[in-house]
Design a protein. Structure first.
Length: 227
């Protein structure tokens, strides 16, 4: 009996160990290694990759060269008391994740085993988090200077993350955001162990020709490749 329990315990430990090892190895392998920054004077666009230590977001200019405020009117997202702060609307952050996790896990204290299980097993649906920012540097960030073509590809990737109504408008989830400057929307896809929120960001970067890694279930590899 003791040997059986030991073997079972080792087998259970082998799965997360293999996952972490694979994440490390594929995080070290670059894609788009030929990427070079395109500065503003050459027509480039400054964007940011940010993280809260666990979850990465893309931070893009709110008004140009793509005007996100048309699709995501600030008055529908930002609290009335803060709409008068012009600096607040300079940047907009986008993140993707599991819908139930986003909506019901406001802090790590709110995390429930059932919510985590639904996300990890891919049983839930995706959601998008949208937040207006005055400055990207609220969390740890990495600036990326991309070309106009790369920025257009990023815009397309972000827009593809939203489920939409018959008129093409993003479907708002009618629940409170984390702050008075953000909102949740219905998203495409399903969160799994293979497609995490950080991997969604990696795919957007990779598809736009920006240097990143082969796979990024965690945020560390995204920053390491860009550093």
């Amino acid at each position: 009996m003791k040997r059986w329990l030991l073997r079972a315990a080792l087998a259970l430990l082998a799965v997360p160990a293999a996952y972490l090892l694979l994440a490390l190895l594929l995080g070290l392998l670059p894609v788009n290694r030929e990427f070079t920054p395109t500065l503003a004077q050459a027509g480039g666009v400054a964007i940011y990759l940010r993280t809260n230590g666990v979850h990465a977001d893309l931070v893009l200019p709110a008004a140009g060269p793509h005007d996100w405020q048309v699709e995501f009117p600030p008055q529908r997202i930002v609290g009335a008391a803060r709409l008068g702060e012009p600096r607040l609307l300079r940047w907009i952050a986008f993140g993707w994740g599991d819908r139930e996790f986003y909506v019901h896990t406001r802090t790590w204290r709110d995390l429930r085993p059932g919510t985590a299980a639904v996300a990890l097993l891919g049983l839930g649906t995706g959601a998008m988090h949208v937040e207006y920012l005055a400055e990207p540097q609220r969390y740890r960030v990495q600036r990326i200077d991309v070309s106009a073509a790369q920025y257009r590809a990023l815009v397309a990737a972000v827009r593809a993350g939203f489920r939409r109504d018959a008129a093409g408008a993003p479907l708002r989830i009618e629940t409170a955001g984390y702050f008075d400057t953000d909102a949740f929307y219905e998203g495409t896809g399903r969160y799994t162990l293979w497609l995490t929120s950080n991997e969604w960001v990696r795919r957007a970067l990779a598809g736009a020709g920006i240097r990143t890694c082969v796979w990024a279930p965690f945020d560390a590899a995204l920053f390491w490749q860009l550093s």
